[in-house]
Structure formats: structure tokens, C-alpha cells
Design a protein around this ligand. Sequence first.
Ligand SMILES: [Zn+2]
Length: 200
Amino acid sequence: MIKLTVRVVRLFVHWLYTKTIPATSWYVVWSPIIDRSLKPGMYDAWVQEVFIVLIKAYVFGDKFLATGFRQDVHRKFSNLLSGYCLTLPGGCQVIEYAFNNVPSDRVMLQHLVDDYCSQWDETQLDHVSVRIPKWLPRAFPVRVERRFAELRSMINNVGNRSRCYYEHTSAEERKKCRYLHMFYHEVEEYGYFYDDYWRR
Ligand SMILES: [Zn+2]
């Protein structure tokens, strides 16, 4: 049995009256639904709340066979995910909720995986913990792994500028090499590849 939240009920009531899910930019309608006013500079956090309500509303519509509602919510969720990034910590809550409550064959789950693999980077996550939290349902990292395998073959086929894995013996030699070189990041314990030009 799913827990019905007040926010989902508010959205459902709005939908009953208007037969629409409000556009995300319609702050005056969304703010009372998510119970949070939009403060300057807080847009990202605000959107994450909208994501959370939408995923819960989707599951609600699914379980209670409110099909029209579910479809409208899904359309909104899908558009929002294509336009905005999920970020921590709300983003992982959305993924967790979706993978625990949405049937495996729904495209929404794959959309979350694809979005994670192509969009989540250091600008979304805090720099140190660019990793999938352990508490997320296992189906998520399993799909992520597969998606990365797909992307890998795509990258290898697209004549991307290659990375140089040599330890050049002199700065001169390195300068002559036209490939990308690694710069090790101590805190993140990871080697990033850049064009030397941008690091001079
Ligand atoms: Zn090189």
C-alpha cells in the first residue's frame, strides 16, 4: 500500500478541476502544491521538489488506476527530466522511489538511467561523491552499468579525441603530443583528461 501524501492529493485535485498538470514555470500554482515558495537562487532545489511530487503522483495514478492523471503526470515528468537535471539529494530520492514503486517495464525507469549516465556529472553532484549511493535499489546500478556499456561503444566509434596514456619524459615531448593528458585530482582521486592548452 502506498502512502498518500498531501502534496500528491493537492496535485490530483488541481488536475481534477483543470485536467492539466501545471507547467513547472507556473510558480504560483506549484508553490502551494509542493508547500514551498520559490526563493531567489533556490530554483534547483525547488525543481527537485516538483520532481518528487511528480514521481509520487505517477505511482499514485498507477496504483489507483487514474490513468488520465498518470499519463499527464508522466508527460510532465518526462519533459521536466529532459530539460532539468536531477541533483542531490532529491534526485536520488526520485530514483529510489521510482525503482521501488514503478513497474520495471515502464520507460520512465530507463529515462532515469539514461539521464543519469549522460547528464549527471560533477556539476550536479558534489565533487567527491560521484558515485551511486549504496541504498538505491540494485536494479538501478545494474541498468546504469549496461547503459555505460552502450555509451562506451558509441564513444569508441565516434572518433573522439584520444587520451594519451604515456608518461612523457619531458614537457617538450608532451607538448608535441596531440592527445589529451591526464591531470590527477587529489580530492576526487581521479584522473581527468584535458587539453594541455587549457591547463597552462
Ligand atoms: Zn601524450
